[in-house]
Design a protein around this ligand. Structure first.
Ligand code: ADP
Ligand code: MG
Length: 679
């Protein structure tokens, strides 16, 4: 007896595993597995007509095949076509079977890119099939699919062709398509998989082609539908409302040494309103580094607490969690709020006591890292969970903070600004508040690009700044390949700087320090017992030392834009004139040059993020969120803004009026993927 296969043809477990790697779990997925490009194998070109850099197919007979050993081991085959043209073929990777295959006199078709070689024209690693002059040529362009190791194009093509045997019903009614100016689905899909011989490759490859636009739209629509329905489901789940009582919140605002900015005030009102509703809040609070998100988050916690609930304040690292705790515990205690904190570096008994207080409802507000709250005990009455620096956490982790009983409201915070198109697409299940204004009195950070050859000048500057009463950061180069090397570099940098700047107190902080060691260094820096802090990128987020107004970043060309922007945000927090010196090593790659130009010219986080999106695509900006959400394969958020808006509107209408169409559409696009309702 066989179990029902999701494919209409037999699939071995090994094949199924390879297909799964490509996200292909059933026929319908194969239908949507569209080519990256196409090869034109419908024509034969005579060897004498070949031009360098051209991609072409020739029909030729082997004259000679041998293994050469200079300059490296390779198989060279000389072939000749019927018109007497001679072409060299080279294989740098080959098996003994290749040598057997290319017997003199045997006929093949080779297709690939033509190169002007040392001894005339050649092809390196062309595709080839055994074929005689009278073997028929294909009548369609040959699709080239995204594939994975061990799954040949030929095999994949066969599977796709098989899956395409069934009709492909359109999920969108004809009137909607007409209204949106979209092509019909079935013909679009068939055209892309099997373009007829006469199709112009350039036209097909242009993603503005109506067939591609149709697929991009459908993909966006599926995303919008699933996120919108996740949001609807969440809105249907009850939770206890936490209306504003203006007791703790008002007192806290009153006690602040500053006024809230208009943007903070607006964000706070949005959050306060959400908390009063009887379904769980999922709000993302976005604001550039230094925009003052922490105060707003504290207010959210207080609104829960003044309703008799508890709050959790989570940070990505111990340093940050403790910093939040230290900054907030005192002013909150003055209001009668009982704060506690759980940390990996606490003694076990201490931590247990903290958890006990949390479980018994004797602590109102608990600070800690996200990891700790995941492993830890439970809250008695958790009303609000704040997740700082949300981009560091996965979607999955976002969910972990469920408690038995009612579902808490969640406030996520991110200093990585999300461009509008990303917010509209990948974050469509969340509500977003934006703090788009920095507190007054900040001095803008002057950014300098300095070649590493002028490191000595920079040292002089650091020394002067510190001797004048300031403090500085020295950020070590990022070494992605090896954590060990990264650590080594940090220690070396520290040793060198200690020697070069004997009259400064130089400290070192890096990711491998134990949490309490890290904390001790940060506390010393905060207390100005350290002038110059050598750091790996662990200081990336959240650290707040207003007296540190100078930052030097080594090998800035290795860092991403978001990271540079975050780092730079550590300075310019006080009234001192602030500067960020980006040391770079030459020669610069194209991308590194473009990034440094952006960070040099721009200071607005949103604009930087937009440039980042342009330079790199959405993957990096989404951070871990992508792990839970299928990436867009066909739609491009810059190019397809119009489609995104249209998909968003249609998703609303569709869910409200035609849920059956919505269900069918989501099933086609996401049916075999993991469940999306991850909020
Ligand atoms: P981030 O948004 O990066 O988390 P923080 O919340 O750490 O920023 O705030 C940065 C600094 O600005 C803190 O020292 C904080 O006390 C201060 N701050 C916050 N809001 C205001 C305000 N409205 N006016 C003046 N200073 C503020
Ligand atoms: Mg912060």
């Amino acid at each position: 007896m066989k179990t029902a296969s999701p494919f209409s043809f037999p699939v071995s477990p090994a094949l199924a595993a390879k297909l799964a790697k490509l996200g292909l779990a059933r026929d319908a997925d194969l239908v949507l597995h569209l080519p990256l490009r196409w090869e034109d194998e419908t024509r034969i070109t005579l060897i004498r007509d070949l031009l360098p850099a051209q991609t072409a197919q020739v029909q030729a007979t082997v004259r000679d095949a041998k293994v050469a050993y200079r300059p490296r081991r390779m198989l060279t085959v000389t072939v000749e076509d019927a018109a007497g043209g001679v072409l060299g073929i080279r294989f740098l990777h080959f098996y003994p079977s290749h040598l057997k295959l290319f017997q003199p006199g045997e006929s093949f078709r080779f297709s690939g890119e033509v190169r002007g070689g040392f001894l005339g024209l050649e092809m390196v690693h062309p595709r080839f099939v055994k074929a005689d002059d009278d073997t028929p040529l294909p009548t369609q362009l040959t699709p080239v699919y995204p594939t994975t190791a061990g799954l040949s194009q030929a095999a994949l093509r066969k599977l796709v062709t098989h899956a395409l045997a069934a009709p492909i019903p359109d999920t969108l009614p004809a009137e909607w398509r007409a209204e949106l100016g979209l092509a019909e689905l079935e013909s679009s899909i068939r055209l892309l998989h099997q373009p007829p011989q006469a199709s112009a490759l350039a036209e097909l490859e242009s993603r503005h082609h109506p067939a591609w636009r149709r697929l991009a739209f459908d993909e966006l629509l599926a995303q919008q539908l699933s996120l919108a329905s996740a949001r609807r489901q969440r809105n249907a789940r009850p939770t206890l409302p936490l209306p504003p009582r203006q007791r703790l919140t008002a007192a806290f605002i009153h006690a602040l040494p500053f006024e809230l900015t208009a943007a903070q005030e607006r964000a706070w009102q949005e959050i306060s309103r959400d908390l009063a509703q009887s379904h769980p809040m999922r709000r993302l609070l976005q604001g550039d580094v230094g925009s003052g998100k922490t105060v707003v988050a504290a207010l959210a916690c207080l609104q829960a607490i003044e309703n008799g609930f508890q709050a959790a304040f989570m940070a990505p690292t111990e340093i940050l969690a403790e910093q939040h705790y230290r900054k907030l515990a005192q002013p909150l205690a003055a209001l009668g709020v009982r704060c506690t904190w759980v940390s990996g570096s606490q003694r076990k008994a201490e931590r247990q006591a903290a958890w006990q207080a949390i479980a018994a409802g004797e602590a109102d507000l608990a600070f800690g890292t996200h990891a700790l709250f995941q492993e830890g005990g439970s809250f008695q009455r958790l009303g609000v969970a704040v997740v700082d620096e949300q981009h560091r956490f996965g979607v999955g982790q976002r969910l972990a903070l469920m408690q038995k009983g009612t579902e808490p409201h969640q406030l996520m915070m991110s200093a990585t600004p999300i461009p509008r198109t990303l917010a509209m697409s990948f974050f469509a299940d969340l509500d977003v508040s934006v703090i788009d204004e920095l507190p007054p009195g900040r001095t803008p950070v002057v950014t300098k690009l300095v070649s590493a050859a002028r490191r000595d000048d920079v040292l002089v500057r650091v020394r002067e700044a510190c001797l004048a009463g300031g403090q500085a950061y020295w950020v070590c180069p990022l070494i992605e390949e090896s954590e060990k090397l990264q650590l080594q570099t940090a220690q070396d940098t520290w040793a060198v700087l200690t020697e070069q700047l004997p009259d400064l107190r130089v400290g070192l902080v890096h990711g491998r320090l134990k949490p309490d060691e890290k904390q001790a260094v940060m506390a010393a820096f905060q207390a100005h017992e350290i002038d110059l802090l050598v750091a790996t990128t662990v200081i990336e987020v959240g650290v707040d030392v207003p007296n540190a107004a100078l930052m030097v970043i080594e090998h800035a060309e290795r860092m991403g834009l978001a990271q540079l922007h975050q780092l730079r945000g550590r300075v310019g927090r006080g009234s001192r004139e602030s500067a960020c010196v980006l040391l770079f090593e030459t020669p610069l790659s194209e991308l590194a040059r473009a990034r440094l130009k952006v960070i040099f010219e721009l200071s607005d986080g949103f604009e930087i993020a937009r440039q980042d999106l342009l330079l790199r695509g959405p993957g990096e900006l989404l951070g871990h969120r992508q792990s839970g959400l299928p990436m867009l394969r066909f739609a491009d958020l810059e190019r397809d803004v119009d489609l995104l808006e249209a998909a968003r509107n249609l998703a609303q209408r569709c869910l409200a009026q035609h849920p059956e169409i919505a269900a069918r559409h989501v099933e086609r696009w996401l049916g075999s993927r993991q469940s999306l309702s991850a909020t």
